[in-house]
Design a protein around this ligand. Sequence first.
Ligand SMILES: *Cc1c(COP(=O)(O)O)cnc(C)c1O
Length: 401
Amino acid sequence: MGEKLAIFGGDPVRDSMLPYGKQTIDDQDIQKVVETLKSDYITTGPALREFEKGVADYVGAAYAVAFSNGTAALHAACFAAGIGKGDEVITTPLTFVASANCVWYTGGRPVFADVDPQTYNIDPVSIESLVTRKTKAIIPVDYSGQPADYEKIQAIADKYELVIIEDAAHAIGAEYRGKKVGSYSDMTMFSFHPVKHITTGEGGVIATNNRDYYEKLMMFRTHGITRDVEKLLEKRHPWEYEMQFLGYNYRMTDIQAALGSSQLKKLDRFVAKRRKYVKDYNEAFATMNYIGIQEQLADTASSYHLYVIRLDGPLKGLRKEVFEALRAENIGVNVHYIPVHTQPYYKERGYTKGLCPVAEHVYEQILSLPLYSGMSPRDVQDVVKAVKKVTAYYVNNAGGS
Ligand SMILES: *Cc1c(COP(=O)(O)O)cnc(C)c1O
């Protein structure tokens, strides 16, 4: 008999809840924000331009356009890609709803490709099987921080003339075949929500090498307005601006951007920390054959937004029990993600269970463990201890399938 689980009244491994993800903000970050608050511009000023240049340089893209959040950035990318009524866009169901919702915003319809059973990333074979004459774009998601299989996806995009909008909300700092994520897709989205690698509170960026996309994104962010004299359709007065299409107010403030620039300086350190903790987890779980670890392709260097385990063998079918028992131990486990096509909004629109059997199957077994740069090695050991404690109990006592 092992130690009594907290869920049955035993002592929890930790006294306070360890979240699955959290921002790491220090005094230097706060100082930068305060300086911006005291400056002349608190929106659309120099701090915003500095942040955009910083992100573009870091990811190796010609341009970066910042938005109020990652979802707004994806909306803008769908607009720039020309997604409209009747168009289809292929994405993965094992993602946050934003990856697919952005397609509806511009009148298109998301189509869900299945995932690879080992990496959980979108499966290029499934993508190609779903291409129709209506297909306009692919939105691969770099699930958990591992880049999707870009060369295969690019080959499909080239063959059928599709735009690639890479959802790299999980993958800033990651690399595919030695190339930084953000440097190779038509457009790449990064999110700066507090659980992501670096934060601006709320915020997002589209990185691109394409001048035409860049200009559309810039205008989309601010009502479809241009002040560029060269671009005015009807030149009249020097003070005029023109609204040329229906855009939105999706601007990021300089307050957020100042935080972002300060955070960006620490990104490599944050990623190194995440990689170190992932190594610790992998080593701890290597001998526990009922805990499956996500496969990492030789071509990719993940930046690890998430650490996802898979409950195998005798733990199959006990995800709910293990989830609740770990929460009781004060380990803030989570599940990423409920397959998007099984959400009520999607069901109402004709998407059915069974559409993506691999993703649905993977979903039943996965659990995300805490992973963020502000964790201490001690926190990591607490997670390992709790996982060992809880899984030992269920392997020995619960008699799962
Ligand atoms: C976080 C995230 C987004 C964008 O989220 P915002 O909260 O709008 O910045 C999009 N896709 C995925 C996969 C995400 O994890």
